[in-house]
Design a protein around this ligand. Structure first.
Ligand code: SF4
Ligand code: SF4
Length: 360
C-alpha cells in the first residue's frame, strides 16, 4: 500500500507528522543495550523489557510500523523565560508543557485508533495491528527517525527541522507490508545539531552526560515523576521550581524558538486564570493537596503518574528552593504548611518538608 494514502489520512486526523518504516535492526537499538547496562534507566525497570530492543517481539508477524507525531506546543512562555521572575500570589512551580492539558495518551489513542480503523476498512484481507500511544514496549523515537520524521538530537529527543521537539509520538505496528517513507537509497533526516550544545550546557543536573546520552537518574523528569522515594539531596537545589518534569533542554533548543502552536484545545493548560492553574501553579496549593483532592484534580491528566505523594514531595522541595525568608510575612503560610507536612506519617513527605524548612 502507498505510504501517501496513510500519511494523508493521518494528517486529516490531525497528526502533524506521519511516516512508515519497515521492521529492521536499527543501530540505535544496540546502543540502548549499552545504556541499560550502564544502569542509566534507574528505577524504570520497564525499560529493560527486551521487546524495546526488538519490536518483532511485540508483534510476531511485524512487517511495517506507521509512526505519527502530534505537536503539543502552546503559545505560553518557556520555563527559561519566566524562571526567577516574581509571580503574584505566592511562590510558583513549573509543570512540564506536555502535562498542562488533558492526558496526551487519550488524545493520541483516539487518533491512532481511528487511523487503524481506516487501514482496516481500506485493506480487505485480515492483518495484525497494534497501536501504542507512548504506552507500549516500543522504541518510538528510533522508529520515528527511520520513518523520516526527524533526527535524534543531543538532548536525546526527536527533533524536526520545522516543528522542533514538542511532539508526542504514537505508532501502529502491523503485519502489512507497507511501502516505507524512505527508499533504500534515502537516509533518515540529517542531524542538524552541529556544534550546538545548548541543551547540555543548560541542563541543571548534568543529566546529559555526553551528547546524545542521558543518565535518567540525574534527569529532573525522572526525579519528579518516576522516582518513588526521596529525591537525592545532591539534586534538590538544582531542581529549582520544577514540580513535574522539566522542559529546559527543549526550551533552549534553537529548533524550538519558532516552533508552531498546536491548535488542539486539549493541550491548553487546565484551569487557566484560576488558582488551580497548571501553568505556574502555586506551590503551597500543591503541597497542601489531600490525596482525595489530588485524585479529583488530576483525573484525566498525565500528572496522576507521579501520584499524590510524589507531587507533595516535589512541592516541598520546590518550596525549599524559593529563597523565602523566615522573617518575612509571606513565608508564614509556607512555613505552616511545611511544619504540618514535617509531621506526616509518610517518611518521604516528612523528610522533604524538613529539608525545605531548613532552607527557609
Ligand atoms: Fe536536564 Fe531537564 Fe533535560 Fe532532564 S529534562 S536532561 S534535567 S534539562
Ligand atoms: Fe541539538 Fe542544540 Fe537542540 Fe541540543 S539544543 S538538541 S544540541 S540543536
Amino acid at each position: 500500500m502507498e505510504t501517501k494514502w496513510i500519511t494523508e489520512q493521518a494528517h486529516l486526523l490531525g497528526f502533524d507528522l506521519c511516516g512508515v518504516v519497515s521492521a529492521a535492526a536499527f543501530p540505535e537499538l544496540d546502543y540502548f543495550k549499552d545504556w541499560i547496562a550502564h544502569g542509566f534507566q534507574g528505577e524504570m525497570k520497564y525499560l529493560e523489557d527486551p521487546r524495546r530492543q526488538d519490536p518483532s517481539l511485540v508483534l510476531e508477524s511485524l512487517r511495517s510500523i506507521v509512526v505519527c507525531g502530534l505537536n503539543y506546543n502552546t503559545e505560553h512562555p518557556y520555563s527559561v523565560e519566566v524562571a526567577g521572575t516574581i509571580h503574584p500570589g505566592g511562590a510558583r512551580g513549573w509543570i512540564s508543557r506536555y502535562a498542562w492539558g488533558d492526558d496526551y495518551h487519550e488524545v493520541l489513542w483516539s487518533k491512532l485508533n481511528a487511523l487503524e480503523l481506516l487501514l482496516k476498512q481500506k485493506v480487505s484481507e485480515p492483518f495484525g495491528a497494534r497501536a501504542y500511544a507512548d504506552t507500549g514496549p516500543v522504541p518510538e523515537r528510533v522508529l520515528a527517525k527511520y520513518a523520516g520524521l526527524g533526527w535524534l538530537g543531543k538532548n536525546t529527543l526527536l527533533l524536526n527541522e520545522k516543528l522542533g521537539s514538542w511532539l508526542f509520538l504514537g505508532v501502529i505496528l502491523t503485519s502489512l507490508d507497507l511501502v516505507p517513507s524512505l527508499t533504500d537509497n534515502e537516509r533518515p533526516p540529517v542531524d542538524l545539531c552541529g556544534n550546538c550544545r545548548q541543551c547540555l550546557d543548560a541542563c541543571p543536573t548534568g543529566a546529559l552526560v555526553e551528547p546524545y546520552v542521558m543518565d535518567a537518574r540525574r534527569c529532573i523528569s525522572y526525579l519528579t515523576i518516576e522516582l518513588r522515594g526521596s529525591i537525592p539531596e545532591e539534586f534538590r537545589e538544582q531542581m529549582g521550581w520544577q514540580v513535574y518534569g522539566c522542559d529546559i533542554c527543549q526550551d533552549v533548543c534553537p529548533y524550538n524558538r519558532a516552533a508552531p502552536i498546536a491548535p488542539l484545545k486539549e493541550f491548553q493548560p487546565r484551569d487557566m486564570d484560576t488558582d488551580k492553574s497548571l501553568l505556574l501553579p502555586e506551590l503551597e496549593w500543591l503541597a497542601r493537596l489531600t490525596e482525595e483532592e489530588f485524585r479529583e484534580i488530576f483525573r484525566g491528566s498525565a500528572m496522576k503518574r507521579t501520584k499524590w505523594k510524589g507531587m507533595v514531595r516535589n512541592a516541598c522541595v520546590a518550596l525549599g528552593n524559593t529563597g523565602l525568608e523566615r522573617s518575612k510575612r509571606e513565608a508564614r503560610e509556607a512555613i505552616d504548611t511545611l511544619e504540618r507536612l514535617a509531621k506526616s506519617r509518610d517518611e518521604v513527605i516528612a523528610e522533604s518538608a524538613e529539608w525545605a524548612l531548613s532552607r527557609i
